[in-house]
Structures are given as structure tokens and as C-alpha cells.
Design a protein around this ligand. Structure first.
Ligand code: PEP
Ligand code: MG
Length: 315
């Protein structure tokens, strides 16, 4: 659709029969928050804080960070805003945290792992988030990228608690986290599936390599089964599990994700209306059935065809 044709959701996300699915926005800076509010997002599901500081050679001060975060929070009074701590490294190097000389940067010091070499940067960021939160009515949720073990989740949650941030979550972006979701969520209060990276690490296919684009397929049943396992872990602990990777913005995949058990979908603001519309046209038993068909397929192509043939509007 052309921008003028982008539709906004007309209310909170629900399936046709009323199963609730929060529809949230992905943003990278305060101007994104304004756009998300205008597009009818119920909150922010992913604030990529590193996008605010990509051009920096030195660490932004706590006061400067707090101001950027406050500008986002004030757009969403009484709504959830999930702030992700800096996802530096790999495709998003930040000179003040990362080491550019790794041979395998996607498997190196990135995301939460950077706290091994620069713990003070994470401490300062959490201090800035806590400070920003004090000045607003938004619900501040904080999450760490690239969590791969229960110990990492535990340490991150403890650190957030020390900064007075009780809503502390983990991103599930690597298969180890998906398989251990129940244990992670006995520590963390929520999880968000970063499916862009989960696909990359499940298929072992660099997300930036065009020659492997056919392998980076969100319909791959291995990816869908890891998402299902993550949701089962969340359900066992009574904790929400959302998706904030790009696949949440594709209507047919959104139906499948809801059937696999995700509780929220976070996406680029302009996709919210189309996803809201497909959910409001589909009942939850259909989501469950299509999710089963897709996850039980043998190939990505088979999963896609099975679902698309039943959602003809989207073909
Ligand atoms: C993801 O990996 O799906 C994600 C949302 O994080 P990013 O794209 O910023 O790595
Ligand atoms: Mg990621």
C-alpha cells in the first residue's frame, strides 16, 4: 500500500472470537515513537536503543540517554514500552562497546555479552532508563538482547532489580534460549522472540548475506518449532512471550504465531493495520490449526503453501 493507504488498527488486537493479542511497535528513536503513537500502536514492543547512538565514538552520558528514553516514554502514558539494552556488535558495531576485530562477530561479543568487557556501559544505561521512567507514567519494561543461558538471564534480572526495574525480560534469539525458555522465564518476567536472529542462528545463515536468503526463511518448520517451544515455556511459567522480529509484520505469519502461542506482536508501525485486520478476520481455533499445519511441515515452502492455501485473501 502507498503511505496514504496505510490503515491503522481500530482498537486493541484480537482474533475474530476475541482472543487478545497485543499489537506493539518497533522503534529506534523518539521520532519513531511519535509515528507509532499515530499509527495506533498499543505500546512499544521493541525500542532499539543502539539506533540512537550509532554514530558515537564515546559513550553518551546518563543524562543524555535518559532524555532520549524519556522522549519515547512520554508518548505512551500508561502503556507498555519495552526498552532493549544496547544490542551492540555484529551488524551494529558501537565503537564505545565493541571490538571490531573478531573473526565471527555474529558469534562473538554482541548484545548482553558486551557486559563481559564493558559492564559499566550496561550499568549506566539501566541507570538512565530508571531515571527516565521516574518522570513518566509509561510502564517501563527492559530486555536484554542475545541471551543464551539461564545464568545470563538471572544476572540481568538481578541487575535490573538493583536499578529498581522490576519488569526485566530476555530476548529469545538463539536456539539455546528457545529450548530453555521455561527456565529463563522462571527468572525473567517476559520474553520477546527476536526472530531475525533466531532464523540466522537456527539455519546458520548470515542474515545479511543475499546469497543465503533462501535459507533465511521465517516459515522454516525448525524456526516455528523453536517458537512453539518458547511459548510453551512461557505458558508453563505464566509469562508473556511476544515476537518482535520482522516476521510479526507478515499477516499470514502473524496468524501462525498467534496459533503457536505468542501473546504480542511488535512490528514496524505501518504494518499494524494489516496485521490487526487479518487477526480480526480469523478465529483462534483457525490460528491453532494453521500453526500446527505449518510447524508439522517438512520444508519452509510446504509450511507457507499449507497456510496460504487456507488464507486465500493473503495469497
Ligand atoms: C531480531 O533479531 O529479530 C530483532 C528484533 O532484533 P534485531 O533485528 O535488532 O537484531
Ligand atoms: Mg536480534
Amino acid at each position: 500500500a502507498r503511505p496514504s493507504e496505510v490503515r491503522a488498527p481500530t482498537g486493541p488486537g484480537r482474533t475474530q472470537d476475541g482472543h487478545r493479542v497485543e499489537l506493539l511497535a518497533n522503534i529506534g528513536d523518539p521520532s519513531g515513537a511519535a509515528e507509532a503513537a499515530q499509527a495506533g500502536a498499543e505500546g512499544i514492543g521493541l525500542f532499539r536503543t543502539e539506533f540512537c547512538f550509532l554514530d558515537r565514538t564515546s559513550e553518551p552520558s546518563v543524562a543524555e540517554q535518559a532524555e532520549a528514553y524519556r522522549q519515547v516514554l512520554e508518548r505512551f502514558p500508561h502503556k507498555k514500552v519495552v526498552i532493549r539494552t544496547l544490542d551492540a556488535g555484529s551488524d551494529k558495531p558501537l565503537p564505545f562497546v565493541t571490538n571490531a576485530r573478531e573473526t565471527n562477530p555474529a558469534l562473538g561479543l554482541r548484545g548482553l555479552r558486551t557486559a563481559r568487557i564493558a559492564p559499566q556501559v550496561l550499568e549506566n544505561q539501566l541507570a538512565a532508563i530508571a531515571e527516565a521512567g521516574q518522570g513518566t507514567d509509561a510502564e517501563v519494561w527492559v530486555m536484554a538482547p542475545m541471551v543464551s543461558t539461564v545464568t545470563e538471564a538471572e544476572d540481568f534480572v538481578a541487575l535490573c532489580e538493583r536499578h529498581g526495574l522490576p519488569q526485566a525480560g530476555v530476548m529469545i534469539e538463539v536456539p539455546s534460549a528457545a529450548m530453555m525458555a521455561g527456565q529463563l522465564l522462571s527468572r525473567a518476567t517476559f520474553a520477546s522472540l527476536g526472530t531475525n536472529d533466531l532464523i540466522q542462528y537456527t539455519l546458520a545463515a548470515d542474515r545479511q548475506l543475499g546469497s543465503l536468503a533462501d535459507l533465511s526463511d521465517p516459515w522454516h518448520p525448525a524456526v516455528l518449532r523453536l517458537i512453539e517451544a518458547s511459548c510453551q515455556g512461557g505458558a508453563q511459567q505464566g509469562r508473556p512471550v511476544g515476537v518482535c522480529g520482522e516476521m510479526a509484520a507478515a499477516p499470514a505469519l502473524a496468524v501462525v504465531l498467534v496459533g503457536l502461542g505468542v501473546t504480542s506482536l511488535s512490528m514496524t508501525p505501518r504494518a499494524l493495520g494489516d496485521v490487526a485486520a487479518v487477526l480480526s478476520d480469523t478465529d483462534f481455533p483457525t490460528c491453532l490449526r494453521l500453526a500446527r499445519l505449518a510447524a508439522d511441515a517438512e520444508t519452509a515452502e510446504e509450511a507457507r503453501m499449507r497456510v496460504r492455501s487456507e488464507l486465500p485473501v493473503l495469497r
